[in-house]
Design a protein around this ligand. Structure first.
Ligand code: NAD
Length: 464
């Protein structure tokens, strides 16, 4: 891929965009980024829509993730909070299996669409669909969301919601024009540990925050190299052609809530660096899969700064054999948390040499029970029946999404959040390409981030 083609992938391929890129002289990447900005107002912050007492859902993409999320809906279907009215995948067998599963919990079977690359549009056009749930490969997320909103549907997309800057802007412009919800369903924001840390931060245990660290460190080699785990190896293709942090949101979603991003603070700029690549290509060779050229370095590290001076370190490595981690570190003037495994340090009023010790287990347990997030207190027991969804967090996420739409309340993650967390991907790629040059992070909220607001995920109403 030459430099021009690379920029087209990162920035988007609209005709106007292509003209701007061709005028790019290779020196000032930030002016090019500025030329891509679209006028947005931030008006969908706190968006409320009409309550939908029984939510009608159309699902597109019934692979690994689609199947899991359908299982998460069982309780909501049985409680008449939701029903699935349409399904779509490329293959008939996947729609038939999903329909069979749903038949155990709802009387009416969903309409099934399959076969064509564009068959999903029929789901978006169907009158009895309120919410499009999108669990397809990455390249479809933004176009499916945009088309769905234009058809008058709320949309919920798997992560990342976009990976080109023009898709980011188009998602926001469409959500603002149609006044529809556009949520990126970032499940790690609903994990018990992250919600416990968030609750402590909100209750003042950490004092003022200065720094956070997050990551997606997950040995995906077996899945990436498998011939049939991801449909047509779509995920490997990204690693063959791009270099940066492709999966920012599992780490950055919870961190953005800790730092109240979009609600009084905002990300302003980043710098990103990728290591050399060794592990995915050598694993392929060792397993007789031939010589693969992989563009993505084994480890990407991205540093992000906020307007109020906080820093974030974000990492991405799915090539190296090692235990899973999202790091989940947060540093405040009065406390520090580090994840994997979860450890807590809370400062004492008197100055002493503290050394190397985290809180002893009993004290940690006391904090853990005192600061359990009310949403977890309410849903923990039921979520344990759905452990196949990452130990229960996927259930909590889907419950909250359905419940908010049932009640017509703003969603926990708005379109600006999802777009910002995802935009770090193309911005990291730009920085990596330009020797870790500082890249300005666009303001996707039209300046609205400056207003301090309560985090929707901390609302009490839904937890009673
Ligand atoms: N949040 C999480 O924890 C989590 C976990 C796994 C996957 N994911 C995300 O879920 C998404 C899907 O990943 P996956 O592992 O299920 O991939 P997959 O390859 O198993 O499934 C993708 C499905 O989409 C279908 N599809 C492809 N193009 C389509 C089209 N044009 N119309 C209709 N269907 C189409 C494929 O046939 C396939 O069944 C990705 O965005 C991934 O990042 C998120």
């Amino acid at each position: 891929m030459n430099r021009l083609e690379f920029l087209q992938t990162i920035l988007g391929t609209s005709i106007i965009g292509a003209n701007k890129i061709s005028q790019y002289d290779g020196r000032d990447i930030n002016s090019l980024l500025q030329a891509y900005q679209q006028p947005v107002t931030g008006q969908n912050i706190g968006l409320k829509t009409n309550p939908i007492p029984q939510l009608k859902i159309g699902i597109i993409g019934l692979g690994n993730r689609g199947k899991t999320l359908i299982q998460m809906l069982q309780y909501m279907i049985e409680q008449k909070m939701a029903t699935v009215t349409a399904l779509c995948d490329l293959t008939e067998v996947k729609t038939a299996t999903a329909s069979e599963m749903l038949g155990q919990w709802q009387i009416e079977r969903p309409r099934c669409y399959f076969g064509g690359e564009d068959s999903w549009k029929k789901v978006a056009q169907q009158d009895d669909v309120d919410l499009l749930l999108i669990t397809t490969p990455w390249r479809y997320h933004a176009p499916m969301c945009i088309y769905g909103m234009e058809q008058g549907k709320h949309v919920a997309s798997e992560v990342p919601i976009a990976y080109s800057l023009s898709d980011c802007w188009n998602l926001i412009a469409t959500a603002e024009r149609t006044q529809k919800h556009c949520i990126m369903i970032e499940n790690c924001c609903y994990n018990e540990e992250e919600l416990f840390v968030l609750n402590m931060i909100q209750e003042g245990v950490f004092g003022d925050l200065t720094h956070a660290e997050g990551a997606y460190l997950h040995d995906l080699r077996a899945h990436l190299l498998s011939s049939d785990y991801y449909q047509r190896q779509w995920r490997l293709e990204h690693h063959r052609t791009r270099n940066g942090n492709f999966y920012t949101t599992h780490g950055l979603g919870p961190i953005s809530m800790y730092l109240e991003i979009g609600r009084g603070d905002n990300y302003t700029h980043l710098t990103s660096m990728s290591s050399r690549e060794l592990n995915l290509s050598s694993t392929a060779q060792e397993n007789d899969m031939g010589k693969l050229t992989i563009a993505c370095g084994d480890m990407n590290t991205t540093m992000i700064k906020t307007a109020l001076g906080k820093t974030v370190m974000l990492q991405f490595d799915v090539h190296t054999g090692r235990p899973y981690s999202r790091i989940n570190k947060v540093v405040g003037t009065q406390a520090v948390h580090d994840g994997y495994p979860s450890r807590l340090y809370v400062d004492k009023p008197e100055l002493e040499f503290w050394g190397h010790r985290w809180l002893p287990q009993e004290e940690y347990d006391e904090y853990r029970s005192r600061f359990q997030h009310p949403m977890i207190s309410k849903l923990k027991q039921i979520s344990q029946e759905f452990k196949q969804g990452h130990g229960g967090m996927d259930f909590v996420m889907m419950y909250r999404l359905v419940k908010c739409l049932n009640l017509g309340l703003p969603l926990d993650i708005n379109v600006y959040d999802g777009v910002l967390w995802s935009a770090i991907t193309p911005l990291s790629e730009l920085s990596v390409m330009n020797k870790s040059e500082t890249v300005i992070i666009p303001d996707f909220t039209g300046g609205e981030w400056k207003t301090a607001r309560k985090l929707e995920i901390m609302r009490g109403q839904l937890t009673n």
